[in-house]
Each structure stands twice: as structure tokens, then as C-alpha cells.
Design a protein around this ligand. Structure first.
Ligand SMILES: [Zn+2]
Length: 260
């Protein structure tokens, strides 16, 4: 049964030293793809190097909202350059974060807008981080959409249904991470049931937030995406097989891997 982890920080210091094991565990869990997500220029370069080396790995390049403050114009040129590589299948991790006070929100918005433009230029989807800022994200996306569309993924979604609904309306994908498996996440499971079958994705956001029943175990790693897929199968009342096939096909479509 195929599975695709659409969001893993494989270059993170918790995972990088274990990479051979991490990838072999992923293959054993029948993963067919992993998107390694950059958060700075250096980590974006590292993700691209992993993607070039391992056939199951793809890369996303960008500057995470929590790293905007120290990023420079040269950094942005580097991201634009990296974005044109064929192994790069997405733009991000970008978005907004009002939870951690690492960077003034106006600076975050400037960088988010740049990523949105780059996504249109490259025709590669955005990978969007949203923390305590649903209305800011929606107004940015709705202000920058073209013909009512944004090509993008709401990563590790933990927002309200209304936010998901408006993102879906713009043609976006909604990705669920380990949080959906937690006991207290009934509301999020309800939302996951309402996502159309052709727009739902699964991810680990590893090395963070291991899914139930491995909650608290570190590091989280791509093979654990199976638990999130099983949880979604249970809430939607469909088989694990079906969730694996659907979410994998969606991942391959959004990352443009079907035509390659
Ligand atoms: Zn992330």
C-alpha cells in the first residue's frame, strides 16, 4: 500500500545522522515518496542534496516564517535559484506564525508574499505553515490568488473548518499530521472527514510531534505517517488501503510527479 509523507524535515539534526535507517524504515512502511522541507537557505540546499541523492525524496525550498528576520536579499536570490531545480517540487516552508515571537508579522507577510509570487512563477505549490493566524493567512491568500486559485498545501492543518473550506475553494490541498491522531483532537478529526477525497494529504512534520500511539517518542520519522493515515481511514469509515492510494495520488498530483 503506497504512502507519501508530504512534509518531513529530513535535514534536521535529529534525523540527518539516522538517514539511512529512516529511509529504510520508510521503504518498509511502503512509502513511495517523502518531501523534504527547507526552512532556511542552508536547509533548503540540504533538502535538495537529499532529493538528488535518494530517488524517493523530493525537495521544497523556502524561508520559514520564524527565520525571516535574519534572512537577506541574497538569501532570497538563492531560494529563487534553487526553486528552478527539477528535484524541487514545492515552495516553502512559508506562511505566518503569531505563536512564536521570532519575527515581526509585517516582515513575515513580506516574505510570505514573495513565496506566493514564486509559486506562481514556478507553478510549484506553496507549503504553508499557519500558527495562530488563520485570518491573516486567508486574507493574504485571497489577496494574492489569481483567477480564484492558489496552488498550495495547508501543512499540518489544525485550523477551523471555515479556513479549510476557503482554502479548498481556492483549489488548495489540506495536509494532516500526527496531531489528528491525538485523543483530544475530535474536532480536527471531524474536519478531516469533510475534506474532499481528491484534496487530502498526510504528513509527519518529522522530527516533531509523533502520532499516537508513539506520541512523545523522538524523533518522529516518515514511516510513522502510517498512523495518521490509519486514523483518517477510521474517521472517514474507509479502508487504510483507500486512504493510502488516494493521498499518494494527491501528493503525486500536487507535486507534479505524474507527468515526469
Ligand atoms: Zn515543517
Amino acid at each position: 500500500m503506497p504512502l507519501f509523507d508530504t512534509h518531513a524535515h529530513l535535514e534536521d539534526e535529529q534525523l540527518a545522522p539516522l538517514l539511512e535507517d529512516v529511509l529504510s524504515n520508510a521503504r518498509q512502511a511502503e512509502l513511495v515518496g517523502i518531501t523534504a522541507i527547507g526552512t532556511t537557505v542552508q536547509s533548503s540546499r540540504d533538502c535538495l542534496a537529499l532529493a538528488s541523492k535518494h530517488s524517493m525524496v523530493w525537495a521544497a525550498v523556502g524561508i520559514h516564517p520564524n527565520h525571516c528576520k535574519e534572512s537577506t536579499e541574497e538569501d532570497w536570490s538563492a531560494i529563487q535559484h534553487l526553486a528552478s531545480d527539477p528535484e524541487v517540487v514545492a515552495i516553502g516552508e512559508t506562511g505566518l506564525d503569531r505563536h512564536w515571537d521570532y519575527c515581526p508579522i509585517e516582515i513575515q507577510k513580506t516574505w510570505f508574499a514573495r513565496h506566493i509570487e514564486l509559486s506562481f512563477e514556478t507553478q510549484k505549490p506553496l507549503v504553508i505553515h499557519m500558527r495562530d493566524c488563520e485570518s491573516d493567512i486567508l486574507s493574504m491568500l485571497e489577496a494574492h490568488q489569481r483567477n480564484g486559485q492558489i496552488l498550495g498545501i495547508m501543512h499540518s492543518f489544525a485550523g477551523q473548518w471555515e479556513t479549510a473550506r476557503r482554502c479548498l475553494e481556492m483549489g488548495m490541498y489540506i495536509s494532516f499530521a500526527g496531531m489528528v491522531t491525538f485523543k483530544k483532537s475530535d474536532e480536527l478529526r471531524e474536519i478531516s472527514k469533510r475534506i474532499p477525497a481528491d484534496r487530502i494529504l498526510v504528513e509527519t512534520d518529522s522530527p516533531y510531534l509523533s502520532p499516537h500511539p508513539h506520541r512523545g517518542t523522538r524523533p518522529n520519522q516518515p514511516c510513522m505517517v502510517e498512523h495518521t493515515a490509519r486514523c483518517i481511514a477510521e474517521s472517514r469509515g474507509i479502508s487504510f488501503q483507500e486512504v493510502g492510494e488516494t493521498t499518494t495520488a494527491n501528493a503525486q498530483r500536487v507535486f507534479g510527479l505524474l507527468t515526469q
